[in-house]
Structures are given as C-alpha cells and as structure tokens.
Design a protein around this ligand. Structure first.
Ligand code: AMP
Length: 316
C-alpha cells in the first residue's frame, strides 16, 4: 500500500539506561527503532533506513520483520560498531542527562534510500545531523508530509543547516526546551509562531509529563500526557510519540486538522506505553486491543462537556 507508506530514517542503537526505577545495559534503542516499532502498530507499511555495525544481533532484525517493518534500508557497516548512548534520569524524568555517546558507524552515516522507498508519502526525519536529514530529503520524491525532529546538540552545533532544513519540511517536532533554545523566544506559543514563520505548516511541541501542543497558522491544540502513576524509563517516549502521530496520519492517508488531533492522541498513548518498561520492552508486548482501550480511556480524560454547559445556558 505505497500511498500510505511511512519512511523513517534515524539512529539504531544500544542504550545503557539509568532511571530511579533501575538500570539496563545494552538495551536495543535509537530514535528510528522506537519510531518504527511504535508506528508499526498503526501504519500499514513502515520502511526503516539506518546504519548498524557488525555487532548488531540478527534477532533485532527479525523483531523488526516480525512487526512488518521493511528492513531493506538498514545498512550494515562490517568494519564498525553500532551507535551507543548512555542516558541517566534523576527524579525529573522529563530530561535525560547524556552520560556518554559513541557515534561509531552513525557518525559517518550517509543514508541511501532504496529506490522502492523513495515514493513514500509520509517521511519522518528522526533526530540526526541536519545534513544527514537533508540528504534524505534530496532522495525522496515529493512526499505528502515530512516531519523532522531535532535536539539540542544540532541546535548548538549546526544551527544554519538546521534552519535551512526547517524551511523545507512540512512539520517540525521538538520538545519544549529545544523550541525555546531554537527560537530564542521566552515561551512555547511565541516559539511556535516563530517556527511556523520559518516554513513548516505544523509545529508539534512535546512537553514530557505535561503533554503536547500542536500549532498551525489557524489553530492550536493541546493535550495532557496520559496520566501514568509510575514511569519506569522515559527513553524513547518522544520517538514513540512521533511514531504514534505519524503512524496514525499514514493509516488515515491524510493530514487534515481532525486527523492531526487524532494523531496526537495516538502519539500520547504510544508514548505512555513506552515509559512503562525499559527500552522497547513494553512496545514489543503490546496489542491493538490494549492500544485502542487506552485511546478510549484517554478520550474520557480529555473530554470537556461544553455542550451540556451551553444547553444549560440556553435553558436560562
Ligand atoms: P527520546 O527519548 O525519544 O529522545 O529518544 C531516545 C533515543 O535516542 C535513545 O534510544 C538513543 O539511542 C537515541 N539518541 C540519543 N542521542 C542521539 C543522537 N545524538 N542522535 C540520534 N539518536 C540519539
């Protein structure tokens, strides 16, 4: 179903994770990994492009395939090692401290988009060097909707290339502090207005446990996070959110405001699952029934009965 296919390009990694709930070493991670395993619950066809070293176990490739993810764009660099990230969370689970990064084969990643992937209508540029993200844009054939993620590292080190990229994408997704850093504005609304003026028609701002906001020229939409009492590991929540968001849009095949609002709900729900266990463990053990029942529950959390209030006003 190429009209609804979703291409993701980004990191595949081994993570060492420290959170107040515990510790996990050599856990499968990476922005494209979280995104693809999250979006594959919704999108009919997910196409993954990334790079791994010779140390990347075959079983993870099998796990992607088992979820229906097309892995023909994974490049294996026989002479290098897979990207490694070590992150630590204190009591504030909204912000990770990067303890160490070993870029390894990801440092020289030159994405090659396989010919059958180039016509993907939905494209997610997971966080990475804006030059690498640009290299993807130059290989795809007029997609319907391109969403780009970024992070503080690229805002600090490759700002001109990043601004250049932002100009040419349809949507930008980033977290609250990154938006303020990128825009230089004092609050998220002013920051989003600034970002919209740079080119994209949609800006999605992730606010950790405080939810997410979506801005277009005409509308603003805000949702809380799904109310989770215990967060085990927030790693990958942002990428799982983006996976739920883009997975829903690809499934719908359309990017209307109504579909984007629904997509925000799926993003929120997939991100909440990702936080319930280390790494991707919870995303692996999910079912469509669980996802839909949490979507229903979340819809109750966010519904506001303005109609009832208006009806009472009319009766007066
Ligand atoms: P998130 O928590 O959604 O921001 O994503 C966390 C994932 O991003 C982890 O699995 C890391 O392996 C990966 N990651 C961390 N730093 C980088 C980086 N500089 N470039 C690409 N991926 C990264």
């Amino acid at each position: 179903m190429p009209a609804r296919s979703l291409l993701v390009v980004g990191s595949l990694a081994f993570d060492t994770l420290e959170t107040p709930s515990g510790h996990a070493a050599d856990e499968l991670g990476g922005s494209a990994t979280y995104f693809s395993h999250s979006s594959a619950w919704l999108a009919p066809e997910v196409r993954l492009v990334g790079v791994v070293g010779k140390d990347f176990p075959k079983r993870h490739i099998v796990e992607f395939r088992d979820r229906g993810i097309d892995v023909s764009g994974i490049q294996v660099e026989g002479r290098g090692k897979t990207f490694r990230w070590h992150g630590r969370y204190g009591k504030d689970m909204n912000n990770a401290e990067t303890v160490s990064v070993e870029l390894n084969v990801f440092g020289k990643f030159e994405p090659k988009i396989p010919a059958p992937f180039r016509k993907s209508p939905f494209v997610f540029l997971a966080t990475g060097s804006p030059r690498t993200q640009r290299a993807v844009l130059s290989q795809v054939d007029r997609p319907k909707f391109v969403l780009a993620d970024t992070m503080n590292l690229w805002i600090e080190t490759e700002r001109p290339a990043l601004l250049d990229l932002v100009h040419d994408v349809d949507g930008l997704i980033l977290n609250n502090s990154e938006l303020l850093q990128l825009s230089g504005e004092p609050n998220v609304v002013a920051g989003a207005r600034w970002a919209l003026a740079q080119g994209p028609s949609v800006v999605v701002v992730k606010k950790g446990e405080h939810g997410a906001m979506l801005f277009t020229e005409e509308a603003v939409c805000a949702l809380p996070a799904y109310p989770l009492e215990r967060i085990v590991d927030p790693t990958g929540a942002g990428d799982s959110f983006a996976g739920g968001f883009m997975g829903h849009l690809a499934r719908a095949g359309s990017v209307t405001m109504q579909e984007m609002k629904r997509a925000l709900v799926y993003g929120t729900v997939l991100a909440s699952f990702a936080c319930e266990d280390f790494g991707l463990r919870r995303l692996f053990g999910l079912s469509n029934r669980e996802i839909e029942s949490r979507v229903e529950e979340f819809a109750k959390v966010v519904s506001v009965d303005l109609d009832g209030r208006n009806a009472r006003r009319r009766r007066k």
